[in-house]
Structures are given as structure tokens and as C-alpha cells.
Design a protein around this ligand. Structure first.
Ligand SMILES: Cc1cc2nc3c(=O)[nH]c(=O)nc-3n(C[C@H](O)[C@H](O)[C@H](O)COP(=O)(O)OP(=O)(O)OC[C@H]3O[C@@H](n4cnc5c(N)ncnc54)[C@H](O)[C@@H]3O)c2cc1C
Length: 610
């Protein structure tokens, strides 16, 4: 699918019913669902360009080449992280039509039932699993793999209902092209503890599995918000207008004069591709979908935020809410990479330009080869496994001299049998954050030789960071400070999961795929044996998983909220947020499925007039 022209502002109306800020993952879900009603007029303003059809986007295996390229990415680097030996972290975020769904790694992972039930318990009625479950099917269409692949990759767990008619295509890509690691992964986990005990889409399964990806089953192209929710036919709707390269600078707010003294969002100002400053009116609502870094930035630029933050930049504070920009959460992964057994190679062979050329040719000619699959595989692992991680939260807290950790509901959740404190992901190539934190180093295949990696992810961190403006200039990036590991419990938990990595690698049949006595890229080449080594590995190797969320949380205002359970911004009429900013707690695993599901539910809420 080639890009339709979207950057022109010719014949733009002065007003629309809804103005959606950000044509990314959530923004395009909202726009497409609202314009199913032909009487509703929607304008989407997206800062990035329309690059639908660009092979760097459509071939998912080339994604890492997009990171820190300003044509696709906002190129944000965090503050130095005290808990990570003062390292700054690279934080790629999609800047193109489709947003981060157009540049992500494509893994489709589902959250836990208990995670969404905790959202509900925190004061968000209607956001528990019972309501959300159907939205995890609504956004996608799943294509069953053939029986040969099912057997090879142990996909028999795929026995729950999947999506049948949603816009996003989810599949296993080509039947050929999976590396031997994909077969070994679930078998090694079965030997180590147990096989997976259900289908992850059910919200309760734990164990290892080969996950599907956002790959179209026949074209093998990346399926993302920009080429599905904004398909050719949706783009032709007369009631939908998408303008790309339109940078929104401010939300327009006016005071109501009916004695209630409440603010109302009436539109936005934005600058066009040609640098023209424009203004557009939203007669019903402005809907923020600029992502978890840029949505809170826009609130602050518009006078909605912590009074003392705004005062520093001489911005009049119209709604004083110190929760804005707080509660930032992300997952971090700690990668270990080991040399593979001779004469095998790994994804590291892609450092050779002629191999890349051959892979692209196989993809383009036959929709086959390594670029036609997504060979990342996952495992969910509970904290309760006393054989493999003999520790309890109570014991850790008492060692830390604490009796409680906030939020209490999260503590209860991770101690619930069946919940998962960790995710492990297998990547059949090297991941190397040790020379430096830029994506070009981490994904740069810079070390000689052929490696494969397993990463440990803390599913439910307790640390909270922030994002705040550092200038009144909308073009200036906000300060992103995840404060990773600032809660000491996170380091204790993450390190214990990291300690499992060498054990997983040593379990047959994975073990046979690695070179006996081969090189390691982590821990200065030494095996990690002790808890203190594992803690150092976290501090030196923690890399953001690019799941930033929570910065305009859906919570009661007195509990840290920015939006209510209908996603309306406190203190302002006609203003909603629908992107990853509203997540009160980060779900387990990779979060795009939750972003799509939340946006689908948001569309239903808006349509119902709530
Ligand atoms: C590199 C990377 C890899 C990832 N890998 C995975 C994965 O494998 N699996 C998974 O499940 N999840 C993954 N994720 C996470 C997932 O893709 C994101 O959480 C999700 O797409 C975020 O959706 P969103 O709608 O909140 O924001 P986005 O999709 O980022 O959309 C925000 C949009 O708003 C636009 N915008 C911002 N500011 C303005 C402005 N001022 N004016 C106009 N437009 C603006 C942006 O350009 C962008 O298009 C990854 C994310 C990244 C960045």
C-alpha cells in the first residue's frame, strides 16, 4: 500500500467535531472508529510524515534502523539514571503516521487478567478484564499457522478465541525462516519448569511460547495503525481528514461564562509543513493521542499542570494538577548474549551487506527468509516459583527495612498465584548495551562473532518517573526521567530474574545451540553467578523496552489522576486522552495490544456520549 497525499492543508475546514492530536497507534483507532458514523467529522493532526509503503517501515525486521533517525523517531534521551550507574537511556518514539506501531518490533503479547482487574480496583470502574477482554480481540484478525509450524514451534497453546475481523493483522509470517532457537525455546522451558499452561490472550497463562507478530499473513508487511485503521478505504471517508507534518503546539482553552467557571478545550494551534501557523476549532472535543511523552507536554504547554513547573517557563496555570507528567512507567530489559555453536550463525549475519541484500531479495521475491518472520519469543514467569526464584516480596521488604510498598494493589497483584513478575524474551542476535546506550550500539551487531540473547524484563516495576517541559517552546523536547530502579524493590526483583538467564541458556535443547566455552557479551565476558553480579548486570545493562506509559494516569484525582474513568481531563470540558499516558499501571509484557484495546474502548465511550 503506497502513501496517499496527506500533508496538504488545502480546503481544511475551520472546525471539526473532534480534533485528534497525533496520528499514531491510539489516534488512528479513535479517528477510524468515530468516523464510522458519517455524521461525525474528525480531523487528525500528525507531526510526522506519511511514510506508509516505505520498506523500512513495512519490513518489520529492519525496524532497528529507524531508531534515532529523525525522519521516523522523536530521538529522545533520558536524564542520567542514578539507579543505573548514571547512564542516559535512548527512548525511541514513533514520529510518522502510525506512530510507534509503525516503528516497533511487532511482538504481540497480551496483558494479564489480574493487571486489568487492578486498574479497576484502583478506582477505574469498567476497566477490569471482564470488560476489556473483548477489546483484545476487536483490534485484530489472527491467521492460524499451518500444522507443520504449529508442531515445530509448539503452538498448540493457541486454543482460545482470537480476533477475527479487526484491522490489525497478526500472524506468524512465513512458515520458513524461523531460526532453530524458536523450536528450542519452549522445549527448554518445559524441561526447566513446565510447558505453557494456556493461551496468553486468556490473560492467565504462564510459561514460554513463540508469540505471533503484527505481520500480514500473505504480504508479510508490517500491519500498523497507519496502514490498517487508516486504510485506503478509510482514507476516502469524506468525514475524516488526516493532515501529516502538522505539529500541534497548544490546546486552546476558554473559560465558560455560565457561572460554573470551568474551562473548555475549543481547538488547537498547529504549524504546517510549510511553517504556517494555523488554528482549528473542535466543536465537541479535542482528543490527545500524542503518546506518553508528548501528551503531558502539550497539557503543560497549554497551562494544565503543576503550577510550579509552569511558573518556571512563565506559562499561566489554568488547571493546577501536579499529577500531570508524573507516574511514568516503563519496562526495562537486561540482555545476556552468548556465542552460538559452530557452525551456526545467527541474526548477527545481517551485519554483512550481501546477506542483507539476499534477505531483502528473498522477502521481496518470495515473501520468505528471515525478514518474513518475527523470531522473538517470550516467556511469562511467576514470582511464586520457589524452585527457580526462592524469594518472597515480604522477605525482600523486610530485608530492605520496609513493611509496605506503593501501590499496595500492585503488591497484592504480583503475589497472586498465576500472575507474572517477569517476562523473558529470546532474540536470535546480539543485544549489546555495554559499549553505550544508543540504539545504534545496542542493535548495531558491533561485536565480532555470532550470538543469541535472552533478556529478563521486570513486568511490574514499582519505580515511577516523570516527564516535564524544559521550555515554553513546543519544539523543545521535554525532560524524560524514568527514575529506573529508584524503588529498591525493583532492583532486588529484577536481579533475581536476571540470575535465571544463565540457567535458561544452559537448559537443553537451548544449551546445544550455544558454543561450549563461547564468548559472552555481558558481565565483562564472565558468567553471572551471584546476586551482586546480577545487580551490577541490571545497572549496566538495563535498556528501556520502549513501553513508556502512565504520565496522565486514569485514576481518581486525589490518587494521582489526570483523567477520570471516561478519560476526561480533570478540570477541563471537551478534552480527553486516549493513548498510553492514561495507563495507571503498566500491563505485563509488550504493551501495544493494550494500547489498541484501550483506544478501542475509548472510542466506544466517546461514541456512547459519556
Ligand atoms: C522502538 C519501539 C519498539 C516497540 N516494540 C514493541 C513491540 O514489539 N510490541 C509491543 O507490543 N509494543 C512495542 N512498543 C510499544 C508500542 O508500540 C507503544 O506503546 C504504542 O505504539 C504507543 O501508542 P500511542 O498511541 O500511545 O503513541 P504513538 O503510537 O507513539 O503515537 C503518538 C503520535 O503522536 C504524534 N505526535 C506527538 N506529538 C505531536 C504533536 N505535538 N503534534 C502532532 N502529532 C504529535 C507522534 O508523532 C505519534 O505519531 C514499542 C515501542 C517503540 C517506540
Amino acid at each position: 500500500m503506497a502513501a496517499v497525499e496527506t500533508s496538504s492543508t488545502a480546503n481544511l475546514s475551520a472546525e471539526y467535531d473532534y480534533v485528534v492530536v497525533g496520528g499514531g497507534t491510539s489516534g488512528l483507532v479513535i479517528a477510524s472508529r468515530l468516523t464510522e458514523n458519517k455524521d461525525v467529522r474528525v480531523l487528525v493532526l500528525e507531526a510526522g510524515a506519511n511514510r506508509v509503503g516505505d520498506p523500512k517501515i513495512s519490513i518489520q525486521g529492519l525496524a532497528a534502523a529507524l531508531y534515532f533517525d529523525p525522519d521516523y523517531d522523536w530521538c529522545i534521551t533520558t536524564e542520567p539514571q542514578v539507579g543505573l550507574n548514571d547512564r542516559r537511556l535512548a527512548q525511541p518514539l514513533g514520529k510518522t503516521l502510525g506512530g510507534s506501531s509503525a516503528i516497533n518490533l511487532g511482538m504481540v503479547i497480551y496483558p494479564s487478567r489480574s493487571g486489568f482487574d487492578t486498574w479497576d480496583k484502583l478506582g477505574n470502574p469498567g476497566w477490569g478484564w471482564e470488560t476489556m477482554e473483548s477489546y483484545f480481540r476487536k483490534f485484530h484478525t489472527f491467521s492460524e499457522p499451518q500444522s507443520k509450524l504449529k508442531k515445530e514451534l509448539m503452538l498448540d497453546y493457541l486454543n482460545a478465541a482470537q480476533g477475527t475481523d479487526g484491522p490489525i493483522h497478526i500472524s506468524y509470517g512465513s512458515e520458513e525462516g524461523y531460526p532453530p532457537f524458536a523450536q528450542a525455546w519452549p522445549r527448554a522451558w518445559s524441561a526447566l519448569c513446565k510447558p505453557i499452561d494456556g493461551d496468553p490472550i486468556s490473560g492467565t497463562a504462564t510459561g514460554a511460547f513463540n508469540n505471533a507478530a503484527t505481520i500480514h499473513p500473505t504480504t508479510r508487511e508490517r500491519s500498523h495503525a497507519g496502514n490498517t485503521y487508516f486504510s485506503d478505504s478509510t482514507a476516502r471517508r469524506p468525514n475524516l481528514r488526516v493532515v501529516t507534518e502538522a505539529f500541534v503546539e497548544k490546546i486552546l482553552l476558554s473559560q465558560r461564562n455560565d457561572g460554573i467557571n470551568k474551562l473548555r478545550a475549543t481547538g488547537v494551534t498547529f504549524s504546517t509543513k510549510n511553517g504556517q501557523r494555523r488554528q482549528v476549532t473542535a466543536t465537541r472535543e479535542v482528543i490527545l493521542a500524542a503518546g506518553a511523552v508528548k501528551s503531558p507536554q502539550l497539557l503543560e504547554l497549554s497551562g494544565i499542570g503543576n503550577k510550579s513547573v509552569l511558573a518556571k517557563y512563565k506559562i499561566d496555570c489554568l488547571v493546577d494538577n501536579s499529577n500531570i507528567g508524573e507516574n511514568l512507567q516503563d519496562h526495562g530489559f537486561v540482555p545476556f548474549s552468548w556465542e552460538v555453536a559452530d557452525p551456526m550463525t545467527s541474526g548477527d549475519q545481517m551485519r554483512n551487506p550481501s546477506v542483507v541484500e539476499a534477505a531483502i531479495e528473498a522477502y521481496q521475491q518470495a515473501k520468505a527468509g528471515p525478514l518474513s518472520v518475527n523470531a522473538l519469543a517470550s516467556a511469562f514467569f511467576p514470582l511464586q516459583d520457589q524452585d527457580l526464584v526462592p524469594v518472597s516480596v515480604d522477605q525482600l521488604l523486610s530485608e530492605l527495612g520496609q513493611t509496605e510498598v506503593e501501590p499496595k494493589a500492585l503488591r497484592e497483584q504480583i503475589c497472586t498465584p498465576g500472575d507474572c513478575s517477569a517476562q523473558f524474551t529470546l532474540a536470535p542476535f546480539q543485544l549489546n548495551p555495554f559499549p553505550g546506550d544508543s540504539p545504534s550500539q545496542i542493535f548495531g551487531l558491533g561485536a565480532d562473532g555470532f550470538y543469541a540473547s535472552i533478556v529478563a524484563v521486570l513486568n511490574h516495576p514499582f519505580s515511577r518517573g516523570s516527564v516535564h517541559i524544559q521550555s515554553a517552546d513546543p519544539r523543545s523536547s521535554p525532560i524524560v526521567d524514568p527514575r529506573a530502579m529508584s524503588n529498591p524493590l525493583d532492583l532486588e526483583l529484577h536481579a533475581r530474574h536476571v540470575l535465571l538467564l544463565e540457567k535458561i541458556r544452559d537448559t537443553s535443547p537451548l544449551r546445544e545451540l550455544f558454543k561450549e566455552g563461547g564468548r559472552r557479551l555481558h558481565n565483562d565476558g564472565q558468567r553471572v553467578e551471584t546476586l551482586s553480579q546480577a545487580k551490577e548486570a541490571v545497572k549496566n545493562g538495563y535498556t528501556p523496552h520502549y513501553h513508556v506509559c502512565g504520565t496522565a494516569a486514569m485514576l481518581p484525582r486525589e490518587s494521582g489522576g489526570v483523567v477520570d474513568s471516561k478519560l476526561r481531563v480533570y478540570g477541563v470540558d471537551g478534552l480527553r486522552i486516549v493513548d498510553a499516558s492514561v495507563f495507571p499501571l503498566i500491563p505485563r509484557g509488550n504493551i501495544q495490544s493494550s494500547v489498541y484495546a484501550v483506544a478501542e474502548r475509548a472510542a466506544d465511550i466517546i461514541k456512547s456520549g459519556e
